[in-house]
Design a binder for this molecule. Structure first.
Ligand SMILES: Nc1ncnc2c1ncn2[C@@H]1O[C@H](COP(=O)(O)OP(=O)(O)OP(=O)(O)O)[C@@H](O)[C@H]1O
Ligand SMILES: [Mg+2]
Length: 285
């Protein structure tokens, strides 16, 4: 239990405090958030209101929220501990059958989210404002990052039509868990500056195209991760990206660029990862 608790606490990178406890014989995870409390409240609401979804493979659920407590300087919520394998670990432990199930599940998820969205014209200024903020808060000044900011600013000047509606908001592999009874649990939802299913699509690309979740792994595990992602690649990503070409291009750049101001100057791995991912993205488009 102590070991598990330590693992859970170490897994958090957002500044939130996570703790695993036993209540009435059941394992409970408590998450306490100190920053952006209003936003955290909206994110928890998304988690509690998520409607279960059947797909051709795993059933998609969210980890239920049991209690929410708001104090003046933090927001705390509890949820049951879900004993499953994290999406990031799956990339080096999962076999072909798991990769197939994950692909089918994520395809169903993306299609379902897209079908619930309503198309709206979105003013490019909301992206331009984000990009200007990123530039102002980005101290490293890598030329690739600066080039990507300019490229995204250009894209933001076009007419943009987004499907607006439900999204998880931070759908990286580290925010999902697959259990033995064939369920895929979502958690760590995020309230975003734009609520669009394309947000989940670009977050999945962050892992499936660029290997975000295993960037720190040794070359052997990273290779396994890339191979797994190749066979688990949800082809809906490609189909939907064709339908919303410039919107996905822009959102993908903004999504990657938003990481830039948060990278510590000592974290060379993430700096290189971002440079490489942006270069790949700029060449492709
Ligand atoms: N209810 C739960 N059951 C099982 N494991 C959990 C649960 N909640 C969190 N975890 C574990 O703790 C890790 C961190 O949790 P979470 O993603 O909510 O925190 P975070 O601080 O927002 O993380 P990050 O910013 O790194 O995404 C998860 O990746 C997961 O492994
Ligand atoms: Mg998380």
């Amino acid at each position: 239990m102590d070991k598990l608790n330590k693992k859970i606490q170490e897994a958090s990178h957002s500044g939130a405090k996570l703790c695993l406890e036993r209540h009435d014989g059941k394992f409970v995870v408590t998450k306490r958030v100190y920053d952006s409390i209003e936003r955290a409240e909206k994110s928890i609401k998304k988690q509690s209101e998520f409607n279960e979804m059947r797909t051709g493979a795993y059933k998609i659920c969210s980890i239920p929220v049991s209690t929410v407590t708001r104090e003046s300087d933090y927001l705390e919520f509890t949820m049951p501990f879900v004993d499953g394998i994290g999406g990031d670990v799956i990339t080096h432990k999962g076999n072909k059958a798991v990769a197939d199930s994950l692909r089918v599940t994520l395809n169903g998820y993306l299609l379902n989210a897209l079908s619930r969205g309503k198309e709206e014209i979105v003013p490019g200024e909301i992206f331009a404002k984000k990009l200007v903020d990123i530039k102002a808060n980005y101290a490293e000044r890598s030329p690739v990052v600066l080039e990507a900011i300019e490229s995204a600013l250009q894209l933001s000047k076009q007419e943009l039509i987004f499907p607006i509606g439900y999204c998880h908001g931070d759908l990286t592999l580290s925010n999902i868990k697959v259990t033995l009874d064939n369920k895929l649990f979502l958690f760590d939802f995020l309230d975003g500056f734009i609520e669009t299913p394309l947000q989940d699509l670009v977050k999945l690309k962050q892992d499936f195209d660029y290997g975000w979740s295993f960037r720190h792994e040794n070359p052997n595990l990273a290779l396994k991760g890339r191979m797994f992602c190749e066979s688990a690649y949800p082809d809906m990503i490609t189909t939907i990206s064709r339908l919303y070409k410039k919107e996905v291009e822009l959102l993908e750049l903004v999504n990657l660029l938003r990481i830039a101001p948060y990278i510590k100057s000592s974290d060379k791995i993430t700096q290189n990862w971002l440079d490489k991912s942006l270069s790949k993205n700029l060449q492709k488009n």
